[in-house]
Design a protein around this ligand. Structure first.
Ligand code: DX5
Ligand code: ZN
Length: 329
């Protein structure tokens, strides 16, 4: 029986580090369903949903019901950006609507911690956003409950405003400190005025998610090309600004961290996942396809971007398990 190839990912993994989240605030609000399907077709990595209550910001957009209706139109992850004064009262509705992450604002007067806990308890990513004038230190009391830090580079409330480069330079790199508890998967989002002119700068400041609004919906604009351009410029900024000229590790790239018999593979996976690094288990192609699953080796795959920290934390454990399960020569 021919050897079965190692399962690969359904879609071609992205070769970039930076991600583009399409904000639909400046899309045709009369046809949001079309806007999200178009953004997916044109290559956006996420949909950024700007919820405004006309109170926290001087504008009113849409809420959980609209998001729920849009949820079945695309498979892209939904990042909700709640610019509302009382997110705690409505958080269950946004979770029920299918948001993959929910970011609230640090400037609200309502209690913040219970809402962050509710988001995480639902298995979603919890974020806090700071307006341009709000110092990052406002995040400190909630640091350990954060998966996302969102930095506004415009005053929230409207799309199409000018990008505040000084705010970006003073906050984006420092924002990473507030996610130091996350070994993997913590995200810095930049929101406001991001386009092909500002992409390289924010990339050089280590941003993970670039929220892009008006720059995508301009009449006659080739959205797919704009998304590719903005992503490539951000990665170039990262390459030369933070990575000593080396190309960034693609976000979807996975590496084999260990090869072990199943019981040991499962034990090590559990330990690594408890530390916050996702792990996939596959039958190792090094053993014949028809070999008994209990005898054969299993590969532990994890994101290449987490390999260095995994080696640091679990390198010795891996060696000990590998030695203990080595087959006699
Ligand atoms: C503004 C919103 C942004 C906005 C971005 O308050 O939070 O997400 O839609 O749009 P541009 O990219 O046009 O600034
Ligand atoms: Zn936003």
């Amino acid at each position: 029986m021919s050897r079965r190839p190692v399962p690969t990912f359904a879609e071609a993994p992205s070769t970039s580090r930076a991600r583009v989240a399409a904000s639909i605030l400046d899309a045709d609000l009369g046809n949001l369903a079309h806007a999200v399907t178009r953004a997916e077709r044109e290559g956006a990595d996420r949909i950024h949903l700007d919820v405004m209550d006309g109170h926290f910001v001087p504008n009113l957009t849409f809420g959980a019901k609209t998001i729920k209706a849009l949820r079945r139109r695309t498979r892209l992850p939904f990042d909700a950006h709640l610019m509302i004064s009382n997110p705690g009262e409505f958080i269950e509705e946004y979770l029920d609507a299918g948001c993959d992450s929910v970011t609230i604002h640090a400037e609200i007067t309502e209690e913040i911690e219970p809402t962050l806990r509710a988001i995480r308890a639902a298995g979603r990513a919890a974020g806090l956003c700071v307006k341009p004038k709000t110092p990052l230190t406002a995040l400190a009391p909630y640091q350990r409950l954060l998966d996302i830090v969102m930095v506004m580079t415009v005053e929230p409330g409207f799309g199409g405003q000018a990008f505040m480069a000084d705010v970006a330079k003073s906050k984006l790199l420092q924002a990473r400190e507030y996610l130091s508890h996350k070994l993997h998967g913590g995200e810095i989002h930049v929101d406001g005025g991001v386009n092909r002119e500002s992409a390289e700068l924010v990339g050089s400041l280590g941003v993970d998610i670039l929220v892009v609004g008006s720059a995508l919906w301009l009449k006659g604009r080739d959205m797919a090309r704009e998304i590719r351009l903005i992503r490539a410029l951000a990665d170039e900024g990262y390459q030369y600004g933070l990575n000593n000229g080396l190309p960034p590790i693609p976000r979807d790239k996975m590496v084999t961290f260990a090869s072990l018999p199943r019981p040991h593979a499962r034990t090590l996976r559990e330990e690594i996942e408890t530390a916050g690094i996702p792990v996939l288990l596959f039958r190792s192609p090094a053993d014949p396809a028809d070999m008994d699953d209990e005898v054969r080796r299993w590969d532990l795959l994890l994101p290449a971007s987490a390999e260095a920290v995994a080696k640091e934390r679990f390198g010795r454990r891996r060696s000990a398990l590998t030695r203990a399960t080595a087959r006699p020569a």
